[in-house]
Design a binder for this molecule. Structure first.
Ligand SMILES: [Zn+2]
Ligand SMILES: [Zn+2]
Length: 125
């Protein structure tokens, strides 16, 4: 029943590698065994690694459909509430707030003035 092991190996490889590559391995190895050692059972029990790697290599690995990267959220959308009751963190950052939908209070986090942001504040220190 050595052939069953051969078959089992093919079945084992099938989900990992491209079916055409596995099938090619099966057919070519089958032919190879047929010509060289038809009366021996050993060749059927283990397919030499050299044979497997000839057909089943990284190039023939099935293309795994990867999950799409999750849509990046706008980096300047606030994690806190978006209303006038909270100071805009982005406004007070070096880059400033360029989020059009921002409803946060654009005021200096140091002194509360709306004429400048914290990084330009003269009141601190
Ligand atoms: Zn803002
Ligand atoms: Zn200020």
């Amino acid at each position: 029943m050595a052939m069953m092991q051969f078959h089992a190996k093919i079945v084992e490889l099938a989900p990992i590698y491209d079916w055409s590559a596995v099938l090619e391995l099966a057919l070519q190895y089958h032919t190879h065994i047929g010509y060289t050692s038809v009366l021996q059972k050993e060749p059927w029990e283990t397919i030499p690694d050299s044979w497997i790697s000839k057909f089943c290599n990284p190039a023939s690995v099935r293309m795994v459909k990867r999950l799409k990267p999750s849509n990046e959220k706008p980096s300047n959308s606030p994690k806190t509430a978006n209303n006038n009751s909270v100071l805009c963190i982005n406004y007070n950052s070096e880059t400033g707030c360029n989020w059009k939908g921002c409803k946060c209070k654009h005021a200096c986090s140091t002194c509360g003035s709306t004429s400048h942001k914290a990084t330009a504040c003269t009141a601190k220190g």
